[in-house]
Design a protein around this ligand. Structure first.
Ligand code: PXP
Length: 242
């Protein structure tokens, strides 16, 4: 059964709507931990549209569970990560116009740049994950780069329905098994919600699920504690006999 990492970016989105101090993603992260989350994820974007540098520094000081920092492979972000020292970094592509991370990283096409960034982070004691589409060439590139993890992009699965969803699930299952055979550890995330999480949580190689938007939306109705516990219950159903 995978561990749940809660992405609290959208708590910061709400705060930034008024450029004030509430709600505080650092407080939200602590509440997620108290509800049983195994880790916290934030994406420090180049344009700082939601998470701020102060959040990243305070999270490093206060988190009791795993701290996963999502970021682009830029010099600025590598410098911040090496200074702050999250447990994991997930490298993602970043485009200023996008509403959320849209596609996976082109690990194959950007191997020269990533070949510098991956060891620079690992030398600082940080585990490195690459957010990639479930494609063999991307997994092979990630393995060649020496990444510790891949995070399989579940967006196509989450956005599909009926037969198309079954096909996308199969792609994720095949990719997870192939990544494992290449010596990569496997995480998954993007677009996962209360209804679609179970089949992904049931993929045996998947160690961590990164879930953000669905939990923060549900928290607006039922509170963060209950929203996290309900997601943990859905994931628990993937455990043998669950
Ligand atoms: N994983 C990665 C790499 C992401 O960029 C995001 C979105 O920030 C997520 C997981 C979480 O996606 P969602 O907010 O749709 O659950």
């Amino acid at each position: 059964m995978p561990r749940l990492h809660v992405n609290v970016d959208h708590v910061a989105t709400l705060r930034q709507a008024r450029r004030g101090s509430e709600p505080d993603p650092v407080v939200a992260a602590a509440l997620c931990e108290l509800a049983g989350a195994d880790g916290i994820t934030v994406h420090l974007r180049e344009d700082r549209r939601h998470v701020q540098d102060r959040d990243v520094r305070l999270l490093r000081e206060t988190l009791k569970t795993t701290f996963n920092l999502e970021m682009a492979a830029t010099d600025e972000m590598v410098g911040i990560a090496r200074e702050v020292g999250p447990d994991e970094v997930c490298l993602v592509p970043e485009n200023r116009q996008e509403l959320t991370t849209e596609g996976g990283l082109d690990a194959a096409g950007q191997s020269a740049r990533l070949g510098e960034v991956v060891p620079a982070l690992q030398e600082a004691g940080i585990l490195v994950s690459l957010f990639v589409e479930p494609l063999p060439e991307q997994l092979e590139a990630a393995a060649k780069l020496g990444a510790d993890f891949v995070e399989l992009h579940t967006g196509a699965y989450a956005g599909a329905a009926g037969r198309a969803r079954d096909t996308e699930l199969k792609r994720l299952e095949t990719a997870a098994a192939y990544a494992d055979s290449l010596g990569l550890r496997v995480n998954a995330g993007h677009g996962l919600d209360y209804r679609n999480v179970l089949p992904v949580a049931s993929i045996p190689q998947v160690e961590e699920l990164n879930v953000g938007y669905a939990i923060v939306c549900r928290a607006a109705y039922v509170g963060l504690d209950q929203a996290v516990r309900e997601m943990l219950d859905r994931i628990l159903a993937a455990a043998p006999g669950g």
